[in-house]
Design a protein around this ligand. Structure first.
Ligand SMILES: Nc1ncnc2c1ncn2[C@@H]1O[C@H](COP(=O)(O)OP(=O)(O)OP(=O)(O)O)[C@@H](O)[C@H]1O
Ligand SMILES: Cc1ncc(COP(=O)(O)O)c(N)n1
Length: 274
């Protein structure tokens, strides 16, 4: 059984954050664990408050995982301020986990900020270098690079600039672009690869980025192959959006109900021991 860890924020409404990550891990048939960095009182429409967990307790949670169980891959989501980033960065350096997927969460789908504005420098300096794959959406790629993204060519340029900052693989997600297709661009420092699906006509995309990055992490643990992991994760997130729920007054959540086997996706055998 592969062991997956998410280090992220808790979304009490269940659509994004730790909750989306654990649902994705279950659908992939892997064992999910979580380090909660912030407790976010949020729903589909708004963020009411954010309580960051202290750096000591963030560190203790990470120690608790590595002194006892360990991981086959790690997904990192919302890190809201310098202190959270420093605590997580310090522990990543100590434990050097295999397969780190980082989703540089900055805003919720409803526009509420989830990362302090002045923490982006710390994110770039202390966290991004640990990424085997970084998965910015278009606004996040714009914030990290300072360029405006209005086309596939701009997405490619942003991916190159982020790779120049020392990130091994950059996956710029096209969910926020316009047009009939949702294209994501993967850059490995040499070549661009394109992952495209038809855009689904829905407002219910709360948690898509969390779902996608967790699926990539699970796929990496299962296959050891980034291209295969992204291909499967793209199919997974597209199906989760297709079956998204019209609940709440804002963007509704992705849904993880289905059996991956039925969709031809790889799932680990839950009866097999490590
Ligand atoms: N309407 C849609 N139809 C099909 N695919 C979509 C749609 N919206 C987003 N996607 C896909 O979902 C994945 C997540 O991309 P997106 O840009 O939405 O991430 P995100 O903004 O970081 O998500 P979040 O805000 O939930 O963290 C990508 O593969 C993207 O192409
Ligand atoms: C705790 C937490 N982490 C991440 C997101 C981003 O997801 P979305 O942009 O879909 O709201 C979120 N809303 N809450």
């Amino acid at each position: 059984m592969k062991k997956l860890l998410t280090i992220a924020g808790s979304d009490c409404s269940g659509g994004a954050g730790i909750q989306a990550d654990l649902k994705t891990f279950s659908a992939y048939g892997v064992f999910g664990m979580s380090v909660i960095v912030s407790v976010v009182a949020e729903n589909t429409a708004r963020v009411i408050s954010i309580q960051n967990i202290t750096p000591e307790v963030i560190s203790d949670q990470i120690d608790a995982i590595y002194e006892d169980i360990g991981t086959d891959a790690v997904k990192i989501g919302m890190l809201s301020d310098h202190e959270c980033m420093e605590a997580v960065g310090y522990k990543l350096k100590q434990y050097r986990p295999k397969h780190i997927v980082i989703d540089p969460v900055m805003y919720a789908k409803n526009g509420s900020p989830l990362m302090q504005q002045d923490a982006v420098g710390t994110l770039i300096r202390d966290i991004l270098p640990f990424a085997d794959v970084l998965t910015p959406n278009i606004p996040e790629a714009e914030r990290i690079t300072g360029i405006t993204i209005e086309s596939i060519h701009d997405m490619e340029e942003a991916a190159k600039r982020i790779a120049d900052q020392g990130v091994r693989h950059v996956l710029v997600k096209g969910g926020h672009s316009l047009g009939d297709e949702a294209t994501d661009i993967l850059y490995d420092g040499q070549q661009m690869y394109y992952f495209t699906e038809k855009r689904i006509d829905t407002l219910n995309t709360h948690g898509t980025g969390c779902t996608y990055s967790s699926a990539i992490a699970a796929g990496l643990a299962l296959t050891d192959n980034l291209h295969e992991a992204v291909k499967q994760a793209k199919a997974y997130v597209t199906t989760a959006i297709r079956h998204s729920l019209h609940i709440g007054s804002g963007p509704g959540p992705t849904h993880h109900f289905y059996d991956l086997y039925q969709h031809g996706l790889q799932r680990s055998d839950p009866t097999k021991q490590i």
